[in-house]
Write a protein that binds this ligand. Structure first.
Ligand code: 5AD
Length: 347
């Protein structure tokens, strides 16, 4: 894996890419699944040293969508025939917010049932670390997948990226809680972090395997100027993009049947980064559904694309991009990973 991650020659890159694509097509088919992405709130109790919406960043205008806005985003997802959505937010465990999300989950499922989707939209949550009871409440409301990145599996590097009260162990405990409750579990890492080695990234892949992870979301680290890591030294953009693509390929080659997202951060560094991600073995995309007015307030890193587009523009743009990558869109399907289905975790 280290050799794959360190590849630079054109011929090596071509071989790795085509092998990863082959493994993807054999194990997952050619469908790309869409998850409409709703950024429900940028309020956050955490202070991760890399993140643009960390609580110490006073330049951010904080927002929380209300129930009607969130349900309207879900309706748009459904009308776009995406089959699934992700509700993402900063980390906050106030009862008011958890209750809001639980109510939305129930309403979204009830209001999007149709002949093509008898159980309504598939719902993934990405709300950070919460107590077991909150995870359980949201699962009981009907959410069935949860994304919580480990960020890096090197504990020293993790400690360098987070305040002391945010521990590596508690992140592991949260991932274990999600699995115990019955969620399909997604995790992932940032790629090209200051001080991160290729061996660290290879270890990350082994971690995904050991923890029987169903879904992976990874993207290049992009320094945000309003954070302590804003001036950190990082690999040049082209190298970070290449490493991110090789990481997708290495995960696909090793884990075969998991879902892998081609993330927006890749597109922030390369206008066709997400299409390249698909060609290197990814099979999930997350089109923006967040209302355009608040998109600019949810910038984890600078250069986030599609800030001025509306959801319909994002839809037609993505459809064209998938066709260019020679793939088809898995409309009106939940698109659970084959890995989860094989273990009886899908529906
Ligand atoms: N660059 C790249 N990714 C980032 N994230 C947060 N800040 C950055 C950044 N500066 C990622 C983290 C987090 C996810 C929601 O966004 O991996 O888990």
């Amino acid at each position: 894996m280290i050799a794959i991650l360190g590849a630079t020659g054109a011929e090596d890159l071509r071989l790795i890419r085509s092998e990863a694509e082959k493994v993807l097509l054999e194990n997952c088919g050619d469908a790309v699944y869409f998850r409409g992405l709703i950024e429900a709130s940028n309020a956050c109790a955490c202070d991760c040293l890399y993140c643009g919406i960390r609580k110490s960043n006073r330049t951010v205008r904080r927002f929380t969508l209300d129930e009607e806005d969130i349900v309207a985003c879900a309706r748009l997802t459904h009308e776009s025939r995406y089959g699934s959505l992700v509700i993402q937010s900063g980390e906050r465990n106030d009862a008011k917010f958890i209750d809001l999300v639980a109510r939305c989950v129930k309403r979204i499922i009830a209001e999007t049932r149709c002949p093509e989707l008898p159980e309504g939209l598939g719902i993934t949550l990405s709300l950070g670390q919460l107590p077991y009871v909150s995870y359980k409440k949201l699962f009981d409301a009907g959410a069935h997948r949860f994304l919580l990145r480990i960020e890096t599996t090197n504990p020293e590097l993790f400690a360098a990226l987070h305040p002391v009260e945010q521990t590596f162990q508690s992140r592991l405990d949260s991932l274990a809680a999600l699995r115990d409750i019955g969620y399909q579990v997604g995790t992932g890492v940032m790629i090209g972090l200051p001080g991160q080695t290729l061996a660290d990234l290879a270890d990350d892949i082994l971690f995904f395997e050991r923890h029987d992870i169903d879904m992976i979301g990874m993207g290049p680290f992009i320094p945000h100027p309003d954070t302590p890591l804003g001036t950190a030294e990082v690999l040049p953009v082209a190298d970070r993009v290449r490493l991110s693509l090789l990481m997708i390929a290495a995960v696909r080659l090793k884990l075969k049947d998991v879902n892998i997202a081609s993330t927006t951060a890749l597109q922030a560094l390369d206008p066709v980064g997400r299409e390249k991600g698909l060609k290197f073995g990814a099979n999930v995309m997350m089109p923006q559904i967040t209302p355009t007015e608040v998109r600019k307030d949810y910038q984890l890193y600078p250069g986030k694309p599609c800030l001025d587009e509306n959801a319909l523009e994002c839809r037609s743009c993505l459809e064209a991009r998938i066709a260019l990558a020679g793939r088809k869109i898995g409309y009106n399907q939940w698109g659970d990973s084959r890995h989860a289905l094989a273990r009886g975790r899908g529906r």
